[in-house]
Design a protein around this ligand. Structure first.
Ligand SMILES: [Fe+2]
Ligand SMILES: [Fe+2]
Length: 191
């Protein structure tokens, strides 16, 4: 398996997560165009966007935060329950609820496309708002807190653990596959 996706010299865990955020935002922009097209957007684009969100945003990205970054920050005395980390965890869960509902709606598409579209749009809207704000809070508040308490050494160690996590949870090379999907989706103009 080819693994040429390490062109960006990322030095810290928080930097890597911010990099993920930029990729997720591309797909959130696609979701916004899908919502705007509402009933007329093609099912394949919805499906691709939701597959990306499940695989990359949830499995790959949110789990890196939940299983690795947040506990590391917790060890430095920032509480995991309540406070900003507690809010982030709650928002991940809230997001997963919308994603589950969107995935269920896709399964319904062949049977009842109109109902499926309504459910997709009804869940994509709050998801979009939630995730954009969530990303902003992490970029501007939480990751700064993490940078303040984690040493360069610890950041590098986390970064290595991120790679292991990805190889284990989603398989080697899958990160690159998701980058490609995000780029493909970006071409969807909504017209
Ligand atoms: Fe998060
Ligand atoms: Fe995040």
């Amino acid at each position: 398996m080819e693994n040429a996706g390490h062109e960006h010299p990322v030095e810290s865990a928080t930097e890597a997560l911010k990099h993920d955020h930029r990729i997720i935002e591309k797909v959130l922009d696609v979701l916004e165009r899908l919502i705007a097209r509402s009933g007329e957007a093609p099912v394949e684009i919805w499906r691709k966007a939701i597959d990306f969100i499940r695989g990359f945003a949830d499995q790959c990205h949110h789990l890196k935060e939940e299983k690795l970054l947040f506990p590391a920050v917790g060890e430095r005395g920032i509480p995991l329950e309540g406070g900003p980390i507690g809010v982030m965890l709650m928002e991940h869960e809230e997001g997963r609820g919308y994603v589950r509902a969107m995935a269920a709606a896709l399964d319904l598409w062949d049977q009842d496309p109109d109902a499926a579209k309504r459910t997709l749009v009804a869940n994509a809207r709050p998801y979009l708002r939630l995730l954009r704000e969530h990303i902003m809070k992490e970029d501007e508040i939480l990751f700064n807190m993490a940078d303040g308490v984690l040493s360069g050494e610890e950041q590098k160690k986390l970064l290595a653990e991120f790679e292991e996590h990805e190889a284990r949870e989603i398989g080697p090379g899958v990160h690159e596959k998701f980058l490609q999907i995000a780029n493909e989706l970006e071409q969807y103009s909504g017209r």
